[in-house]
Write a protein of this length. Structure first.
Length: 174
């Protein structure tokens, strides 16, 4: 759990206090599951088990689908959800935590920097998907972009959970 203030080290949190942090983890787990599905689809396309059109169809049925991007313009599904999630954190959660506990400022600064970096990686995935459907051998670039997304996003989600779940329980959301 996140940074525990010395006075709160032995504190036991109620289910209500833990609920917001649990919700954050649930959202992160959904992002992780969709990322696993994306890797599986890329593997199926690479193995010739499905074509790009079928992969686009699978992506459009993913549980987190929210708008109209596709496997050439894929980020409408996954990229938009990640961007929306980060925007909500940047505009709502982080300002509250920054105000309530100034000691969290370095953590929040890092998380916001990572949000910008992940946005750049999401754009790279989108470009790689467009390239994949328009050139003969776009699979290496697509795999590299999805792998980079996995590395960046999974690291970010783990850090965020480690550093913020406890402060969220302690400080709540106002």
């Amino acid at each position: 759990m996140g940074r525990i203030s010395p006075t709160d080290r032995d504190r036991i949190y109620t289910a209500h206090e833990q609920a917001t942090g649990k919700h954050l983890i649930d959202v992160h787990d959904a992002l992780r599951a969709e990322l696993t599905q994306l890797h599986d689809l890329v593997d199926q396309v690479a193995a010739g088990e499905i074509d790009a059109g079928q992969a686009r169809s699978h992506i459009s049925q993913m549980t987190l689908r929210q708008n109209e991007w596709v496997l050439g313009a894929y980020c409408i599904n996954y990229c938009r959800v990640v961007t929306t999630h980060h925007t909500l954190e940047d505009q709502s959660l982080f300002p509250h935590l920054r105000h309530a506990e100034p000691a969290l400022e370095p953590v929040i600064d890092r998380l916001q920097e990572e949000h910008h970096g992940i946005h750049d990686v999401l754009e790279r995935v989108d470009r790689a998907l467009v390239q994949f459907v328009s050139v003969t051998d776009g699979m290496p670039a697509l795999r590299a972009a999805v792998d980079l997304l996995s590395d960046a996003l999974l690291s970010h989600l783990s850090y965020e959970e480690r550093e913020l779940i406890e402060p969220i329980a302690r400080l709540g959301l106002r």
